[in-house]
Design a protein around this ligand. Structure first.
Ligand code: DGY
Length: 438
């Protein structure tokens, strides 16, 4: 397939998934608006309907809570019942500041919108409508960062914790297995529920039912504490200082600081958060033995010692020192030399690696986009080129799927990717990467 054909197909998919104001990640499997999906999707809109990017972000922020949180799902339809858990199950009325029009979930996701906004501004630096939009949404994006620093950083370290694995974006990563194992599931008190995802995607590519019980347990725990109460920190068996989320927060802080300086907006609070966050990330999350940044288990007070994709986002957020960046680059080159597509989401040498199952191994499009950007920042153009070309090869051979097989020998036997097809952020990342220099 030619690059021109790829670009056309990407645009067609984004048009197909557009719902007059926002974009679904994929038809059927995810029928509403998802937080970080939406951010990446704007990268695609910018190439053919730039005004859609404005509408997309405005729709997302219409779900913002008084406490600043941007929920991970905005349920623009209250009658669509094909997704679990829907708005009734979340019942966010337990929190008086929760947005009810539109209805939303009660947890958040990685805050990519600050740096997405900067990308968009760079493409339309003198467009009046666009500048007005950036000025109007800027305080709301800052407020969404304030949520992390106010409600998710009780020790005031500059590192936010997450309590629900869905918040990390890497729902069923082996990273959370130990924390999840602390949850005592009592089936007699767990509310009855029916999964919808396994009716729409292959069971072997989705989280297991045991993991879903834990997702539901943590949802109920959040609900008991109005989704932002101090009791969450006191009670939750799962308290994660996640690399990906904190790196993305730092990257977005930096983008907002640059935007604010350019447009004459207040950046004082952002600068304070940023100084502390960068310092804590560097000091607390680097693991010299593994030569990567690791997540931190706040309940156990220990690093979660695995090599996985979140550590690599220290590159896109420009947190890594030159020496640390060299090590991350070596790690990727080693995987490439051993016959893996870049970048597998989990350590391929660990027994918990599962090359099919969601976040336990597969390649994820938006992660390749982030890591490509990060490698370029540090001047690793040759590795960045592999990250881009591997991704485009997978799309060309297997279609615009949600995630992909990491082992080249296994991928060669497959004619399609994993999870949902005709995927929005996949299409948006293809469009943007096709426009990069190499
Ligand atoms: C899902 O439904 O699998 C999402 O990742 C969680 O929102």
């Amino acid at each position: 397939m030619l690059y021109q054909d790829l670009a056309e197909e990407a645009e067609q998919i984004l048009r197909l998934n557009w719902r007059d104001g926002f974009t679904v990640p994929t038809n059927k499997l995810y029928p509403f608006q998802w937080n970080w999906d939406s951010g990446f999707t704007c990268l695609g809109h910018a190439y053919f309907e730039p005004k859609w990017a404005i509408r997309e972000l405005n729709s997302l922020f219409s779900g913002q809570w008084e406490n600043g949180m941007i929920p991970h799902i905005i349920f623009h339809s209250e009658t669509e019942t094909s997704y679990f858990p829907n708005h009734d199950f979340w019942n966010t009325t337990v929190n008086p500041g929760a947005q009810q029009k539109p209805k939303t979930s009660g947890i958040t996701q990685p805050p990519v919108h600050g740096f997405i906004l900067e990308k968009l501004l760079a493409k339309f630096p003198n467009d009046g409508a666009f500048l007005a939009f950036v000025k109007a949404i800027f305080p709301k994006v800052v407020h969404s960062h304030r949520f992390f620093y106010t409600y998710r950083d009780p020790k005031r370290e500059g590192l936010a914790f997450l309590y629900h694995p869905w918040e990390t974006g890497r729902d069923n990563s082996p990273l959370w297995d130990e924390s999840n194992a602390r949850i005592q599931i009592d089936k007699s008190t767990l509310p009855a529920y029916t999964r919808q995802d396994t009716k729409l995607a292959d069971k072997k590519e989705r989280p297991t039912s045991d993991q879903y019980d834990r997702f539901v347990y943590m949802l109920e725990l959040g609900k008991r504490h109005q989704y932002d109460g101090e009791g969450i920190f006191e009670e939750s068996p799962v308290l994660l200082q996640d690399t990906l989320t904190n790196a993305v927060l730092i990257q977005s802080n930096q983008s907002l600081i640059r935007i604010g300086e350019r447009l004459g907006l207040d950046t004082g609070e952002l600068k304070e958060w940023q100084a502390q966050s960068v310092k804590s990330f560097r000091e607390k999350l680097w693991n010299e033995n593994l030569a990567t940044f690791t997540c931190y288990d706040l309940r156990k007070e220990a690093q979660i010692e695995y090599k996985e994709i979140g550590g690599l986002t220290a590159l896109s957020a420009e947190i890594a020192t030159k020496d640390q960046a060299d090590k991350l680059n070596d790690y990727l080159n080693d995987l490439h030399n051993r016959g893996y597509y870049l970048c597998p989401s989990f350590d391929v040498d660990d027994p918990l690696f599962d090359s099919k199952r969601y976040w336990r191994g597969p390649i994820w499009p938006q992660m390749n986009w982030l890591i490509y950007e990060g490698l370029q920042h540090y001047g690793f153009s040759a590795t960045a080129k592999i990250v881009k070309e591997d991704f485009l090869e997978l799309i060309t051979k297997q279609g615009f799927y949600e995630y992909f097989e990491a082992q080249k020998s296994v991928a060669a036997q497959l004619d399609k990717g994993y999870g949902g097809g005709q995927f929005s952020w996949t299409s948006a990342c293809v469009l943007d990467l096709l426009h990069k220099d190499q």
